[in-house]
Design a protein. Structure first.
Length: 749
């Protein structure tokens, strides 16, 4: 039957082209996402300044969260004591040791990294083992090969999880979309060849032989398609990775890596989709009895099988479950982690149930179509209702395109709006003075004396972990720590003091949010042990307890205390709050004049800060938009392939219509109305899929059922769906009707 499959493919190139193109594109997208994931897992950073060292020793940036199995990445560079150079110089197999200062904020007497050169002829792995032994209990780790560059780019380690998460989410979406697209195309291809398969059954072919033939065709397509997808998949992966770097998701210096594992995953997904689609598509034709085969080949038959209905229900149940979790459990930016996959589950579920839903919606939409278009509309409705399986096959990619595009785009715009609102609500300062060389306490004092200024405070941010007493609320992200000046903290932070005083934030002290303090069972005067971002441990006395918004997961500490434990080693920002009734613009002008002689000083007003924050959010979202655009483009191409294949297979039908008196213009008008009907059904169901995701997400994220974002997004998506549907329907039909009607009517299906 493999020989028969090859001959069938040879003489039906057009019928298999759409499925082949869908496989190539799907495999390429899966490979690209797999490459991003592999890059995140490897996080290879070829060294530059440390390239001459065989082994690089640096502070261990990994931190084991107390009483937890979770491991966190420390926010600041963990530095090494200067005496480590002498310790490593005496290690066996070491030819030389050199300490390196990589950051401007590195304190005197400490190193950011220590480079170790191996003796000639000594194995690097052996030297590394000796160095590890010499380090003992020090909070340090060793790097070799491309991992040495991680020390030069400490943010690479922090970006690892985000890149893996992004690649995993979008890779999963890509696998679902490609598998669904391939299965749909194969089902449509087999459906268009029902007459051919019926003839084979009538002349003696067994059901098993037909299934093997269809399976052989699918496997041949999958093998060739995945082989051809390797090169574009690599290029696409590199392109997406460059966009990640441009967006700041991945720091510069990380190298893109795409090995054999993504290729194997893509091949597996393509083969699985091909086999599943072929078995499902060929089952009904193979199970037809020979006597009934030819008669059934020209009839519609059962529109939807039990397996399809079951899988459709499962997908919808999964989407509903994620929606419930989104509303009841998730909060903050993590809300999108459940809402995002729900879009695909709803879209695929509705597409699988397409035959039933298409029949229902066609019955509703037939009245306006018939009323507005007369006889052509009547024929279009009859075609759609008489061939529900075919109509549902071309509606499915429209659902996927509309649902995924609308859902994911509005998820992003809603998230951006929520993030901006949170930033605005949590930011009470009216201006920020940026001092690259570090804020001087004298400068802060002079700023407080400017007319119109109510408060001024140094500003530093980092993360920390509470070690004692046990903190049940902290996870792998720890707590945000904000460094403030005692005299200006009350006027520049969105808190209301419940006990103690923020003016007591001097030395080793801390102010806690009241619920956080209750969870730790501490109050004013008690002490907590905190692991700061550079892995230093400090015992801090609670100077104040305050009330704040629910999402304000921040501890306040003196700016000078915190700055010493950051990578920069200084406070580069000063928050300034205006007094009641003060003219903000005039205050900013005076601040500019006061800081005019401070090297590099810059004053930004409130609006400029909000715009900068929005731009930063948009830049980060650009990476998501790029990945979404890739999957939406795949859905659009699959839709066009499906429609082109469907229209091209109806050449005989068009010929018969023209022989019975219809003109080419009348047939095209009928097809145009069919396209409008198909697009309308797909857009309605796609909108349902998007709404089922967006409503719970918006409620959880903003408290409103309506998503944020311009209406133009939805209008553009709907317009694109209609334009693509009509173009992919009419152009191949026009081409198919260029010949003589009698020749077209005599052609095989």
């Amino acid at each position: 039957m493999i020989t028969l499959a090859l001959r069938s493919m040879r003489f039906r190139v057009g019928a298999f082209t759409a499925a082949f193109v869908t496989m190539v594109l799907g495999a390429a997208i899966v490979m690209a996402c797999g490459g991003l994931m592999e890059t995140g897992i490897r996080t290879a950073v070829p060294p530059q300044r440390l390239a001459d060292a065989d082994v690089v020793v640096a502070g261990d940036q990994r931190y084991q969260v107390p009483d937890s199995d979770e491991t966190a990445v420390l926010a600041e560079r963990v530095r090494l004591d200067a005496d480590l150079v002498d310790v490593l110089a005496g290690v066996a197999g070491v030819a030389g040791v050199e300490g390196h200062v990589l950051d401007d904020g590195t304190p005197a007497g400490a190193f950011d990294a220590v480079g170790v050169a191996a003796d000639d002829g000594t194995d690097v792995a052996t030297v590394r083992a000796h160095v590890d032994e010499a380090l003992g209990e020090r909070a340090a780790t060793t790097y070799v090969g491309d991992d040495r560059g991680r020390v030069e780019v400490p943010s690479a380690e922090a970006s690892q999880e985000e890149l893996i998460s992004l690649a995993g989410v979008f890779g999963g979406w890509a696998v679902i979309a490609s598998m669904f697209g391939v299965a749909s195309m194969l089902a449509l291809s087999v459906q268009q060849r029902r007459r051919e398969l019926a003839l084979l059954r009538a002349v003696g072919a067994t059901p098993g032989q037909l299934r093997r033939m269809v399976l052989g065709e699918a496997l041949i397509l999958a093998v060739v398609a995945t082989a051809l997808a390797w090169f574009p998949g690599t290029l696409l992966g590199e392109f997406l990775f460059e966009r990640m770097v441009d967006a700041g998701v991945v720091p510069e210096g990380v190298a893109f890596r795409q090995g054999w594992i993504p290729t194997v995953v893509a091949v597996g997904a393509a083969v699985f989709a091909a086999v599943g689609g072929a078995l499902a598509a060929g089952r009904r034709a193979a199970g037809t009895r020979p006597v009934e085969a030819l008669a059934q080949a020209s009839l519609e038959g059962r529109a939807m099988g039990t397996s399809r209905a079951l899988f459709g229900a499962l997908f919808l149940a999964g989407g509903l479950a994620l929606g419930i979790v989104t509303v009841t459990v998730m909060s903050g930016p993590l809300t999108s982690s459940t809402a995002g996959p729900a879009v695909f589950l709803w879209a695929v579920g509705l597409a699988l149930l397409g035959p039933v839903l298409t029949r229902m919606l066609t019955a509703v939409l037939q009245w306006p179509v018939r009323a507005l278009s007369g006889l052509s509309g009547h024929l279009a409705v009859l075609n759609a209702r008489g061939r529900v399986a075919r109509t549902a096959a071309v509606v499915a990619p429209v659902i996927l395109l509309t649902g995924v595009a609308t859902g994911t785009l509005y998820l992003q715009t809603t998230e951006e709006r929520a993030a901006r609102d949170e930033f605005v609500e949590g930011f009470v300062a009216d201006a920020v003075v940026t001092v690259p060389d570090g804020a001087d306490p004298g400068l802060v004092g002079r700023l407080r004396e400017v007319p119109g200024v109510a408060a001024a405070s140094e500003h530093v941010r980092s993360t920390a972990f509470v070690e004692e007493p046990h903190d049940p609320a902290q996870g792998e992200d720890g707590w945000t720590v904000q460094g403030v000046s005692a005299a200006g903290a009350a006027g520049t932070t969105p808190v209301s003091v419940s006990a103690g005083a923020l003016t007591d934030l001097r030395g080793d002290t801390v102010a806690l949010e009241d619920e956080h303090a209750r969870g730790l069972e501490v109050g004013v005067g008690d002490s907590v042990t905190v692991r700061l971002g550079d892995n230093a441990t400090r015992e801090l006395r609670v100077a104040a307890v305050f009330a704040a918004d629910e999402d304000y997961d921040t501890m306040l500490v003196p700016a000078r205390t915190l700055a010493r434990h950051t990578t920069d080693g200084r406070a580069e920002e000063i928050l300034v709050a205006a007094g009641p009734g003060a003219d903000g613009e005039r205050m900013v002008t005076k601040l500019d004049a006061l800081t005019g002689d401070v090297p590099g000083a810059r004053v930004s007003d409130r609006d400029a800060l909000f715009d900068a924050h929005a731009e930063q959010q948009h830049t980060m979202a650009f990476a998501n938009y790029t990945l979404v655009a890739m999957i939406v483009a795949y859905a659009a191409i699959s839709m066009v392939n499906t429609l082109v294949s469907s229209a091209g297979a109806r050449r005989r039908e068009f010929g018969l219509q023209r022989l019975t008196g219809a003109t080419r213009a009348q047939v095209l008008r009928m097809l145009g109305l069919e396209g409008v009907l198909v697009a309308g059904v797909g857009v309605v169901l796609g909108t349902v899929a998007a709404a089922a995701t967006l409503v719970p997400f918006s409620v959880a994220r903003t408290g409103s059922a309506a998503p944020s974002g311009p209406v133009l997004i939805y209008v553009t998506v709907v317009a694109a769906a209609f334009v693509l549907t009509l173009a992919a329907t009419l152009l191949p039909a026009w081409r198919a009707m260029r010949g003589r009607p009698a020749e077209a009517a005599a052609a095989a299906d």
